[in-house]
Write a protein that binds this ligand. Structure first.
Ligand code: ADE
Ligand code: ZN
Length: 326
């Protein structure tokens, strides 16, 4: 069977991954030691055993604890460089990486340290790996609008080192409307706009991400199949959905991978893509997401090519780069 080989070798873009979610337990321990930070786990094995999640919040608690070992510019570089090497091995040609500055600035790490290290890895990825990498700054939706505005202010001196903004963290109870004004400001600044919506939250959050925040892509969006009018809107406006199958499985959004609705999204004509979300926590990088999803759901080679094409179409790469990948 040649489908697994095709899934591995086909060039692809990753549009939904959190760089802090690529921190492998080994690197968490190495950075903890290097920085003299203590973490409440005795070993790599013990930490990995804690990766048994029941929902989004149960994951976020451990994810933020893991990120606490990041202190220096070199730490952020090392984390991003490890991910970009891994992405290159999976034939990822374009990577749009989310980062969560508030997770770090709230611990006293400066915005310059965070963006400086991540951006230096993006520059090196282009020359050393042939991976076109870019950064998207995410606001944490469990924090206030005021904190998001403050974060934007701190990031503006580095405006040329990130391409857009997103919205992540605890979804239910924190609807897109909470960030209407900060997204309006980001839109004026010419930043690309995306938001997590419809991961655990209702279709109404996807509608307001589109109509209130005016986002260009929806991250996850898998709850959209519950609302036929929303499905029509997403198809008509060609709004990409950055779907993360192994994440959805590990966070119990779907009880089994065989029940994932990726095929339904593609059949409805949506620009669905496959992504890894937090690969160190959810058991797989890009190719593993493709392999396991195709094995479980019976998607075929034609759908594989469609997903790859969707990933480049949905990316924020410039037109010349998109042409070269076609
Ligand atoms: N932060 C990291 N991964 C996330 C996810 N899957 N949903 C919301 N926030 C996140
Ligand atoms: Zn995500």
């Amino acid at each position: 069977e040649r489908l697994p080989e095709l899934l591995g070798i086909m060039p692809k873009a990753e549009l939904h991954m959190h760089i802090e979610g690529s921190l492998e337990p080994e690197l968490i321990f190495a950075l903890a030691q290097r920085n003299g930070v203590t973490i409440p786990y005795a070993s790599v094995e013990e930490l990995r055993k804690a990766y048994a999640f029941t929902n989004l919040q149960s994951f976020l608690d451990i994810y933020y604890a893991g990120a606490s070992v990041l202190l220096t510019e070199q730490d952020f570089y090392d984390m991003a460089w490890a991910y970009l090497q891994r992405a290159a091995a999976d034939n990822v040609r374009r990577a749009e990486m989310f980062f969560d500055p508030q997770t770090h600035t709230e611990r006293g790490v400066s915005m310059a340290t965070v963006i400086g290290g991540l951006h230096r890895a993006c520059v090196d990825a282009k020359t050393a790996l042939g991976v076109d990498a870019a950064l998207i700054l995410c606001f944490l939706r469990h924090l206030s609008e005021e904190s998001a505005f403050e974060t934007l202010e701190q990031a503006l001196p580095f405006r040329d080192q990130f391409i857009g903004v997103g919205l992540d963290s605890s979804e239910v109870g924190h609807p897109p409307e909470k960030f209407a004004r900060v997204f309006a400001r980001c839109r004026e600044l010419g930043l690309h706009l995306v938001a997590h919506a419809g991961e655990e939250g209702p279709p109404a959050y996807v509608w307001s991400a589109l109509d209130v925040l005016k986002v260009e892509r929806i991250d996850h969006g898998v709850q959209s199949t519950k609302d036929p009018a929303l499905m029509k809107r997403l198809a008509a406006d060609r709004i990409p959905l950055t779907v993360c199958p192994l994440s959805n499985l590990k966070l119990c959004v779907f009880p089994q991978l065989s029940q994932h609705n990726l095929g339904q999204l593609l059949d409805a004509g949506l620009i669905a893509t496959v992504n890894s979300d937090d690969p160190a926590y959810f058991g797989g990088y890009m190719n593993e997401n493709f392999l396991q999803t195709f094995a479980a759901t019976g998607l075929d080679a034609k759908q594989a090519w469609q997903l790859a094409a969707n990933s480049f179409e949905g990316s924020f790469a410039d037109v010349a780069a998109k042409k070269q990948w076609r």
